[in-house]
Ligand binder design. Sequence first.
Ligand code: HEC
Ligand code: HEC
Length: 263
Amino acid sequence: MADSHAKMTQATPQEVIISVVAGLFAPLLAIFLIVMLVLSIQDNHKPDTTSEAAQKATLARIKPVAQLAALDANAPKVEKSGQEVYAAVCAACHAAGALGAPKFENTGDWGSRLGQGYDTLVKHAIEGIRQMPPRGGGDLSDEEVARAVVYMANSAGASFKAPEAAAPAAAAPATAGKPDPAKGKIAYEANCAVCHASGVAGAPKLGDKAAWDARVGQGYATLYSHALNGIRGMPAKGGNASLPEADLANAVGYLFVEAGGKL
Ligand code: HEC
Ligand code: HEC
């Protein structure tokens, strides 16, 4: 036992040479790699990035990513306004007229197209036509596409009305009329009570006047918009993306009235 131990620790001259070389080589290799890395980073930075052309090229390169971010499938689905859809999807072609797209605000480009009427334009935008891809290539609902069509067409002289659900997110849903607190109680219990009954995560408790006073002062429409889009610890639609907006409006109405607000 002792014998074999002594043998293991005894190095032959070759082993000594190998270990000395390896001991020198490893740090040298590391230094060499670091130098190469620094040089290559500097190299990458050499191309001109300040000229307008280079910046345009960069913008063009990152645009698909920016669009993906804007259309993140994991983000809670909040219906976009016409202007938002236009900026996120349609502007890529319709701002500058890429592929022959009629330009935003250009009455000449849009004149004869507007003559086709609202329904046809929306149909073409949804289904695509010639170089115009269906839904502009975006993951959009029919209403979102229609709103973007209205936004663009109106910029070029039309006076189309945005479709029903088009009420911008900030306003109470136009179709729902006045929220119904009695119906809201059911939606509240199913979706909101989990936080608002006991004050989880700092949620203002149902009927707690002190917690709600300043919030009620913002008015129902603002509270609805905050409940729809989320605010700080309050997730959009209470975290239930599929909650119909009318139910959400009623639930907000219920919280609002219970806190002493007058609808
Ligand atoms: C990839 C480029 C591209 C994108 C993105 C794009 N469009 Fe277009 N669009 C076009 C082109 C090109 C035309 C002209 C097609 C033609 O008439 O030949 C067009 C035409 C249209 C028309 C007129 C159709 C007609 O019947 O005259 C509408 C409306 C329209 N686009 C709406 C939209 C909307 C809304 C979006 C965003 C959701 C959008 N487009 C995104 C390229 C694009
Ligand atoms: C996961 C917990 C949670 C759920 C579920 C939840 N909320 Fe909230 N809510 C909060 C929190 C936390 C706040 C306080 C946010 C703040 O002001 O910082 C809040 C605040 C609010 C406000 C006041 C916003 C303001 O501007 O002051 C309203 C209105 C509201 N919630 C409505 C609802 C409705 C309606 C539901 C059900 C559809 C719901 N909440 C579900 C956590 C929740």
